[in-house]
Write a protein that binds this ligand. Structure first.
Ligand code: ZN
Length: 528
């Protein structure tokens, strides 16, 4: 008998009503279809080998002979009553409507995008036709056009029928800004959250919709080492995760992999300290499943959670976490006075706190938090900020088809300014530097195979904080830049130094560095 949810086979749960089966069966059974088309009848112990179970089997066999895609086999599996209850609780609501051709087309498009690991689908109408793009590894790839009529129908179906409980019944209107969230299980049985956002665009009558695809799968988690951090960075990250208090900030613009990294940090904390720590996250909304954490999604729709005195949705959640005995709290984002105040409370009450912030370099965290109301007396306190990681994601070249930077220069394909900057920092490795090739079979003809983290890491020590307390920001920066432990191959400490290191190894294209981070100029080394 199965009594642990983790022991359940992988697959998709079928709906009794859609199969024409009486609802009463749900009390004792659940139907799980595996990717191999095996139908598993999960049966609670008391009904195992009962008449009712045989009756259900007979009915299912009848279903199978009628249905176009028959089950390969039917097996009964005994499970505990608690498991059955939890399965029913997580099942999606009954779909009242039978799949229409529009709906099928919408899901097909979504499944296609998932198959090539897209992060977003963009649909933009241009009069009678609509352009479709998939964003893959940060780049937009155009797909075959569809008619604007089809795009409109798809939006009506997705928004109207499948929006989740919070926004069910939202009727879509191309003339308005509209948002919705849909929970979806892909053909492979993977749970995906779709976040739709649409808006009218010029000229009148046109609209665009962006569908963000968030794969809520614990299996997508990658260890820090494979995300692209340098060994020196990982050592520092381990250091800042030590101890039972202090804030760790992951900073960078949107789409710089902050959420993925936070997820990996929490996993790392959990594995290093075992199940002895309780991790609570407050996110808006939850973006990835974190195996070890209690995740709370802050919803704008739940007005009773809004703090009346401040208007903030975070405050009440954070206040609640403090009563839930956490060791580690992850707060999605600090972006205003209230959220900064919350971080301050969490850290001062002795919790390890992880969060993200939108700034353009690691050092800027201090100025930004000060601006949001954290007083210098707290901000420059020892152990208030355990560490800061600034990061960007840069496309990773396909090792099979990447081509030579020098040859491209000879053919006049590299702007002179870029070439001069690259030459200056190439340390005699110009001939190893690569740029994007024309694409090949192993990179789906994109010339890139993913994205890699380029980062800079800041661990504020006593000397650094003393400079900051004296308002000597330049002195603090010089001290940071002179830290030997952070110096990457004598190139320096900053994010550009990390990118140059990868460029010298032929892993990333110099033009991509200038596009995603900035001009390839190394910062002068400071004095300790
Ligand atoms: Zn290739």
């Amino acid at each position: 008998m199965i009594s642990d949810v983790n022991d359940l086979p992988f697959g998709q749960y079928l709906n009794f009503e859609e199969l024409g089966l009486p609802q009463d069966f749900q009390q004792y059974f659940s139907l799980l279809l595996t990717p191999e088309h095996q139908l598993l009848v999960l049966t609670c112990s008391e009904m195992h080998l009962s008449h009712l179970q045989f009756d259900l089997r007979r009915r299912l066999q009848r279903c199978a002979t009628n249905a176009a895609d028959a089950f390969a086999a039917i097996h009964e599996l005994e499970v505990s009553a608690e498991i059955l209850k939890s399965i029913h609780a997580t099942q999606p609501p009954v779909r009242a409507e039978v799949s229409t051709s529009v709906e099928m087309a919408a899901w097909e498009l979504i499944n296609q995008a998932l198959a090539v690991s897209s992060s977003d689908i963009h649909i933009e109408t241009r009069g009678a036709y609509a352009q479709v793009f998939f964003r893959v590894h940060g780049e937009r790839l155009e797909q075959p056009n569809i008619s604007s009529k089809r795009a409109t129908d798809m939006c009506n179906v997705l928004y109207g029928v499948h929006a989740d409980a919070d926004n069910k019944g939202v009727s879509w209107d191309e003339k308005q800004l509209k948002e919705a969230v849909i929970e979806h299980v892909s053909d492979q049985g993977v749970h995906v959250q779709l976040r739709l956002s649409s808006a009218p665009i010029h000229p009148a009558g046109n609209f665009h919709v962006v569908i963000r695809l968030l794969v809520m799968d614990e299996k997508t988690l990658r260890p820090l080492e494979s995300m692209g951090y340098a060994p020196a960075h990982i050592e520092c990250i381990n250091e800042m995760l030590l101890g039972s208090q202090g804030a760790v900030f992951l900073v960078g613009p949107t789409n710089s992999g902050k959420s993925t990294s936070l997820q990996a940090f929490i996993e790392k904390l959990y594995t290093s300290r075992g199940r002895s720590i309780k991790v609570i996250t407050v996110e808006r909304p939850v973006e990835y499943l974190i195996r070890s954490a209690c995740q709370m999604g802050v919803s704008q729709h739940k007005t009773d959670w809004i703090d009346q005195s401040t208007g903030s949705v975070y405050t009440k959640y954070v206040a609640a976490t403090l009563r839930q005995d956490p060791d580690v709290v992850m707060m999605g984002e600090v972006n205003d006075h209230d959220s900064a105040e919350n971080i301050k409370h969490l850290v001062l009450s002795g919790r390890k706190t992880l969060s993200t912030l939108h700034v353009y370099e690691a050092m800027a965290v201090f100025a930004r938090l000060k601006e949001m109301g954290i007083p210098p007396s707290v901000l420059y306190m020892r152990h208030f900020i355990s560490g800061v990681i600034f990061q960007r994601l840069v496309p990773l070249l396909c090792p099979v088809c990447a081509s030579s930077f020098l040859q491209a220069k000879q053919r006049g394909l590299i702007p002179l300014n870029t070439f001069n900057r690259v030459k200056k920092v190439s340390a005699g490795r110009l001939k190893h530097i690569k740029i994007r090739g024309l694409g090949c079979d192993s990179c789906a003809h994109m010339g890139i195979v993913g994205r890699t983290v380029c980062a800079e890491v800041l661990l504020p020590d006593e000397c650094f904080l003393t400079h900051m307390r004296q308002d000597n920001v330049e002195g603090a920066r010089a001290h940071w830049l002179a830290q030997k432990a952070l110096n990457l191959n004598d190139l320096g400490v900053g994010v550009i130094a990390h990118a140059v290191l990868k460029m010298q190894e032929g892993l990333i294209d110099p033009m991509d560095i200038e596009r995603w981070i900035g001009p390839i100029v190394l910062e002068a080394r400071g004095q300790a």
